[in-house]
Design a protein around this ligand. Structure first.
Ligand code: PLP
Length: 399
């Protein structure tokens, strides 16, 4: 199948839920992807912050192949080694004592929402999340998502979700009531355009939660697994959540999600409280183990920080060179956004498409910022190539 034949067939069989680039991808290695016509791309989206070790990392591929030849699935009626070992590593390297495995970010958040409600008891069910947040597409997680455009047409949504204005601690304080059981937030908002939350604000939320006996849930589905330069983003914020959710990069492309919490809170779930047929699947967990091993190796996080800073500096220079196009760079580690000026926002998707034609994959997040979330193994030379491409693109823009 070449690009055209694949697209023609796709258009006949798929529901029209995705705006896709007009190519079929067939191969990947590191930061490179190749389409069905043989054209190569430098990937600064990494399967939406998923392929953090790069496409087809040999250690992940080997772990997956080996596990596939041994045991593919037994359900959670049984213990399995890969699942146990991955949970052990997550516990050893986080605030958490206990893990529940799911298959995606939304499912991990569903588990967190259910646990928060069950733990908090009768009458306390309301979860405060933030405007601009993204927590998933299932009914509960889309209700938690603070972006009305994702709600439209799906009402009535599950009850018990309210959204606090971004960055306003007093407003959030005013929303706490007898019904509140938890605050759910991303330490750094990804989908709405790489929006940073101030440390002081997050620390304020932590204090508020402790004071009112609310659970603080960090959705680290995108920020977790090294993306911001530490295994989890909360480590750099001096804020420890009560519950944390992970997914995206945990399996480097194999579907896996996880909810982590403390011993005390986890005691609110017992046998039958929650379950997943595929959750903790041995192949996905074998991939997760390979990912953890690489990310825990000496120097891994240091190189994420170092290249993140390099990317940010370069984006800042571009913003300085093209003030009519870009306002500023913002982000943490290798999760960076270039915020467009209001005049340039209508051209955001055109820029993404121009870059794509030029062989670079980026995206436009939150109708606000060009987003760069490359594999964490991206090389400086690859960042340089992207910068020249962005420069070429901005140079031809008539803004
Ligand atoms: C991607 C994402 C999700 C949803 O994950 P899925 O695996 O698509 O269900 C939830 N929260 C955040 C912060 C995300 O970035």
């Amino acid at each position: 199948m070449n690009n055209t034949t694949c697209i023609e067939k796709s258009e006949r069989v798929f529901m029209n839920t995705y705006g896709r680039f007009p190519v079929a991808m067939v191969e990947g290695a590191g930061c490179r992807l190749k389409d069905a016509d043989g054209k190569e791309y430098l990937d600064f989206v990494a399967g939406i912050a998923v392929c953090s070790l790069g496409h087809c990392h040999p250690a992940v591929t080997a772990a997956v192949c080996e596990q596939a030849g041994k045991l593919t699935h037994v359900s959670n009626l049984f213990h399995t080694g890969p699942q146990t070992e991955l949970a052990e590593l997550l516990v050893a390297n986080s605030f958490a004592d206990r893990v529940f495995f799911a298959n995606s970010g939304a499912e991990a958040n569903e588990a967190a929402i259910k646990l928060a409600r069950k733990h908090s008891g009768e009458g306390r069910f309301e979860i405060i999340s933030l405007e601009g947040s993204f927590h998933g597409r299932t009914l509960a997680t889309v209700a938690a998502t603070g972006q009305p455009k994702f709600h439209k047409g799906f009402e009535p949504l599950p009850d018990g979700f309210v959204h606090a204005p971004f960055g306003d601690l007093d407003a959030l304080k005013d929303m706490v009531s007898q019904k509140t059981c938890a605050v759910l937030c991303e330490p750094l908002q990804g989908e709405s355009g790489v929006r940073l939350l101030e440390k002081k604000y997050l620390q304020g939320i932590r204090e508020l939660c402790t004071k009112h006996n609310l659970l603080l849930i960090f959705d680290e589905v995108q920020t977790g697994m090294g993306r911001t330069g530490s295994l989890f983003a909360y480590e750099q914020l001096f804020v420890t959540p009560d519950i944390m959710t992970l997914a995206k990069a945990l399996g480097n492309g194999l579907p896996i999600g996880a909810m982590l919490t403390t011993e005390t809170i986890s005691a609110s779930f017992g046998p039958g409280s929650h379950a997943s047929t595929f959750g903790g699947n041995p192949i996905a967990c074998a991939a997760g183990l390979a990912v953890m091993e690489k990310m825990l190796a000496d120097g891994f996080m240091a190189q994420v920080k170092e290249k993140g800073a390099y990317l940010a500096e370069n984006l800042e220079s571009l913003a300085a060179k093209y003030p009519a196009v870009a306002k500023e760079a913002r982000g943490a580690g290798l999760m960076q956004g270039l915020v467009l000026t209001p005049a340039a926002v209508p051209f955001g998707q055109d820029m993404v498409n121009a870059l794509f034609k030029d062989g670079f994959i980026i995206n436009f997040a939150g109708n606000e910022a060009l987003r760069f979330i490359p594999p964490l193994v991206v090389r400086r030379e690859e960042i340089d190539l992207l910068m020249s491409a962005l420069d070429r693109c901005f140079d031809t823009l008539k803004i």
